[in-house]
Design a protein around this ligand. Structure first.
Ligand code: NAD
Ligand code: APR
Length: 258
């Protein structure tokens, strides 16, 4: 693995435009369960597919709010791990090294922000709510401080938006929904123009995020994957089959020492 990390560091040290996509795996070592791991506890008999959909929310808002309350409680005390910290350090270092690093995540936790990174969220923010229609943000959740209003233990019916005839919902992209236009455009542009694309901690199963690596490859970028398990990504030039929390600090230390 060291030889592969050396190879990756040498490649990255010479390139200026880098695009990085992270998935649930980068938060795994912070103690946040990934999507395709078994759901723990109370939600064993529900999959994300049953709960993270607009239909599920309209059918049973209280169940979906309770799911997000559970997810918020799981995330509330979690901290960035060395992988988040290494990426934030690299982004900070890039201001003087002249590299341009665009960091994109599918995650809805805020561990990249907590580590100090500038980040684009493709699938929304666990700590935010918004109107289903006019998208007005509601009750930006403060981490961990749960008041009854915050935990949205709303009763059965939907809570309507005071500005339009929409209703208040979690600010999360659900199955079947389109991604936020601005975020997706940022991701597409960065993937299409980068010299190296790094995929960290994602199973690369869910589109359109899973298509970004191919978009980079189609524009002659080199592809690096960091994931202890195999993924459908067949276009990888350097595969670091290790946990992100272990390999990222090693990689960033070598890059910033160059
Ligand atoms: P999907 O297959 O329904 O596609 C998601 C959206 O992306 C759809 O609007 C689709 O039209 C669009 N899309 C697909 N391919 C595209 C491409 N090549 N370019 C541009 N747009 C494209 O995805 P899904 O598995 O049903 O999930 C919908 C989204 O919600 C996904 O991005 C998924 O990751 C996200 N999601 C989030 C959570 C969560 O809790 N954060 C849970 C489930 C799903
Ligand atoms: N370091 C790196 N990768 C890891 C680690 C780790 N410590 N632990 C697990 N992984 C990898 C797993 O091997 C798996 O490939 O992280 C990946 C997690 O995959 P998923 O659980 O599918 O999460 P993700 O790829 O982010 O899911 C994509 O699907 O449900 C939707 O919107 C949701 O954003 C999510 C999207």
């Amino acid at each position: 693995l060291i030889a592969e990390v050396e190879r990756a560091a040498k490649l990255l040290g010479t390139k200026r435009r880098i695009c990085i996509l992270t998935g649930a795996g980068i938060s795994a070592e912070s103690g946040i369960p990934t999507f395709r791991d078994k759901q723990t506890g109370l939600w064993e008999n529900y999959g994300a597919e049953d709960l993270a959909t607009p239909e599920a929310f309209v059918r049973d808002p209280n169940l979906v709010w309770s799911w997000y309350q559970w997810r918020r409680q799981v995330v509330a005390d979690k901290k960035p791990n060395p992988a988040h910290d290494a990426l934030a350090q690299w982004q900070y270092h890039s201001h003087s090294s002249g590299q341009h690093i665009t960091l994109i995540t599918q995650n809805v936790d805020d561990l990249h922000e907590q580590a100090g990174s500038t980040i684009t969220h493709l699938h929304g923010h666990l700590w935010r709510n918004r109107c289903s229609q006019c998208k007005t943000p509601y009750q930006k959740q403060s981490r961990g401080s749960y008041s009854s209003a915050d935990t949205m233990d709303y009763n059965e019916e939907l809570i309507s938006c005071p500005h339009c005839d929409g209703y208040i919902r979690p600010d999360i992209v659900w199955f079947g929904e389109a991604l936020p236009v601005q975020a997706w455009e940022t991701a597409e542009e960065a993937a299409a123009n980068c010299e190296v694309f790094i995929s960290i901690g994602t199973s690369s199963l869910v589109y359109p995020a899973a298509g970004l690596a191919q978009l980079a490859k189609d524009n002659a970028a080199k592809i690096i994957e960091i994931n202890p398990n195999p993924t459908p990504n067949t276009i990888v030039d350097i595969n670091l089959a290790e946990k992100a929390g272990m390999v990222m600090p090693l990689l960033i230390q070598k890059i910033t020492a160059l």
